[in-house]
Design a protein around this ligand. Sequence first.
Ligand code: SF4
Length: 586
Amino acid sequence: MIKEDTLKKVLYIDLSKKKFWIEERDDLFSQFIGGTGVAIKLLHENCKYDTDPLSSDNPIIISIGPLNGLFPIASKTVALFKSPHTGNLGESHAGGRSAIAIRMAGYGAIVIKGKSERPCYIAIHGDRVYFKDATTLWGLEEGVSAASLIRRQESGAGLRTIMRIGPAGEKMITYACVTLETYRHFGRLGLGAVFGSKNLKAVVVSGKRDLKVNDFKGYKECYSNLLKQLAESDKMKKYHELGTPANVMPLSFSKGIPMKNLTISELEGLENISGESFAEKHLGRRVACSHCPVACIHLGALRKPYEDEPYFYRTVYLSYDYELIYALGTMLGVASPEGVLRLIEVVEDMGLDAISTGVVLAWSTEAFEKGLINEKMTEGVIPQWGDVDAYSQLINKIVFSEGEFFKDLGKGIDYASSKYGGKEFALTYGKNEMPGYHTGYGAHIGYLFGARHSHLDSAGYAIDKEAMIKSFDEEQFAEKIITEEYWRQILSSLVICFFGREIYTPQIILQCLKLTGFDLDEKRLTEIGKEIYAEKYRFKIKCGFDVDNIELPQRIFELPSGTGKLNKDFAEKIIGKLKEKIKSLL
Ligand code: SF4
């Protein structure tokens, strides 16, 4: 048990009325633990299913769980909303200092409703909530400048998080992100656009509470054991040393990393953007989310000359990982680390989701090559594989141009390809752009059925890795995908970073939960995971998502994957099994 625990307090904020209030929601936290479990219930309660995602009625739910602030690598925060990108469930996870700041401020969840008349930001300092004018911060070209101004104005450095949007969020690009602590993001599905639609530039949270456990001896033992495992595990060492970019070369050998919109399997110079090459030549330093001993966040140094002073440089630090190297590197035929870092910088400045942006640019390049779009529509910029300057200009235009084509690109490629053609090479799943794994059935069908259409839903690439040495039938594939997704609902309700998933076994989780006042067993834990997944699907379906009307992109069947050429009939069989499983849940 935690003494005087405030986890069950939900802070409600109404931006329209500039009011806030707190409710004790023991009912939700006792049943659904925290994080994504509590957030999906709050989303059902606070969001009308037919609401326009960019209207004032779309709530933002931010939540944490019982392990945050107490156990190592339990460092994440969950955000749920109705996604302007897909029109149904929006879910993003982010680290930084957010989870600890919210816990120390005294809340388990924050619900933001309504719309401010003028640009504003919310500052939550413990039990005080301030609505601050952000008119002068709105329209700044680089999101980071707004962050540094807010940093100077607000107290609470250290245990403080600043979640803010850039120009893309203000312009309501449907895949705009929210950036935290410069290097972390609520990346996918357009939370940035929802902030923008509310005239909400940022949310600052800080707190000074303490967390005191009743059973200190038990807590210390459990904590030390976890810390030891995290410090000694080879996998964690890999995340620390090279980070997820360690996967670039292995995935390229097996043809599992998508290149040039999945048209080729080999890219000249790929070794230059491998994890090893980035670490040797560009790694500036590593940083960590609060309360994480792993420190997997790799910052690459980009030296930039001043335009009018040829021998003067400034160094910019940019966080890179596997997904960014895929989306802004291999997917665009960019094989130079400087090129990847330059594109990361533009995406960061704009405040966009890097994965969606890269896939949008890749689709545009192929659509241009095929004559579906022309130079007039792209306002004179020619998208070409490997052309970093052209891609930088296009990213700027997606955010700032008033041209019809760029406005359409700002809604993602499901929308753009419906209007301009090229559906067969539009790499989207349930309207969300493809993550960086062309490894086999597990990955692609995992994206299609994942509640948020992300590689993080069920890590299908790991199932494909198993399938390299063992063959699975359709039932086994479907069962593995859905079982992993059930379990991840528990991890994201606690809220543990998925990188720690092998250390946090069900037994360890039950032990941690007991120390925080939850008396559960493994069976109940599995049932809760299943119920959360079902609640997410109920939300999606009520918003119009049709499980009978989703399909895999045709392109994935044309180029061999990490586990060979994919067979459409077999993929359909797995899809059939998953549909049955989902329908039986509802
Ligand atoms: S492993 Fe990386 S992403 Fe996960 S909590 Fe630690 S620093 Fe953050």
